[in-house]
Design a protein around this ligand. Structure first.
Ligand code: ADP
Ligand code: ADP
Length: 229
């Protein structure tokens, strides 16, 4: 479940400057496809179109054959999980930040999600900045720890489709590798669209799409793309 198809997708924020000029590719159910390309190529725009922050102007995006323009945002959010580049936390416990929006989640489910993301040790902690008014001291979370909260959130939500939008690009190399390992686990058996800026971070993708000048410049596995260089 959750097969995605981009079919001849055209999009421009400004009609005078088209960003996507006829993009077609598929993410088969359960597979991982990565989109790479220079900054400004329109990689994040693809994920925003899938999520319906904007709608395509020509062509279509489908999930299991259904045009997303016929699906309400609320329903899309139920099937798509997103780990963004920077995670903004609410001023409440880590457990609350993991559970947010899923009021039916049990404590055991929250703890299991936190363990998979390897933040099980401090789910009762508060992020830094919390409690300034009441004199409580919070915990300063590193960028990697914040990404772990976002991953735990996604594990708890357990959506069939996952968007990883440069989810490790703000991290140092060692943390990036640790988070990548957690993301690899979460993306197993989910339809995953990875937005990446470097080929080296998407070695395991089933296919890599290279976006350039509004089109697909190259596509293939990591090994194939490296060989062509
Ligand atoms: P990438 O993710 O590949 O870096 P984006 O999809 O974020 O690229 O952006 C593609 C182009 O669209 C960029 O030139 C960017 O400046 C422009 N752009 C992005 N968002 C908007 C917006 N909301 N309004 C106008 N232009 C935008
Ligand atoms: P729901 O409770 O409806 O499932 P979530 O709170 O899980 O919704 O949000 C769905 C996903 O959408 C989250 O993973 C979040 O990262 C992402 N998201 C929400 N708002 C934005 C936004 N403005 N930009 C990018 N991603 C967003």
């Amino acid at each position: 479940k959750g097969a995605i198809a981009f079919k001849d997708v055209h999009f421009a924020y400004d009609p005078a400057r088209p960003i996507l000029k006829g993009i077609s590719f598929e993410v088969p159910a359960g597979k991982t496809v990565a989109v790479v390309g220079p900054s400004g190529a329109g990689k994040s725009t693809l994920s925003r179109l899938l999520y319906r922050f904007y709608d395509v102007q020509e062509g279509a995006i489908t999930i299991d054959g259904q045009d997303v323009r016929g699906v309400r945002q609320k329903s899309l959010r139920a099937v798509i999980g997103m780990v963004p580049q920077d995670t903004v936390l609410f001023n409440d416990t880590i457990a609350y930040n993991i559970r947010y929006g899923r009021t039916s989640a049990t404590q055991a489910e929250i703890e299991a999600a936190a363990d998979i993301a390897q933040i099980g040790g401090f789910i009762k902690s508060l992020p830094e900045g919390y409690g300034a008014m009441v004199g409580e001291r919070g915990l300063k979370l590193s960028g990697g720890e914040k990404q772990r909260v976002a991953i735990a959130r996604t594990v708890l939500k357990s959506p069939p489709i996952l968007i990883l939008d440069e989810a490790t690009s703000a991290l140092d190399t060692r943390t990036e590798q640790e988070i990548q390992t957690a993301l690899d686990i979460v993306s197993q058996n989910r339809t995953t669209l990875v937005i990446a800026h470097r080929l080296s971070t998407v070695i395991h993708a089933d296919e890599i799409i290279v976006l350039k000048d509004g089109g697909i410049a190259e596509r293939g596995t990591h090994g194939e793309l490296i060989d062509r260089d």
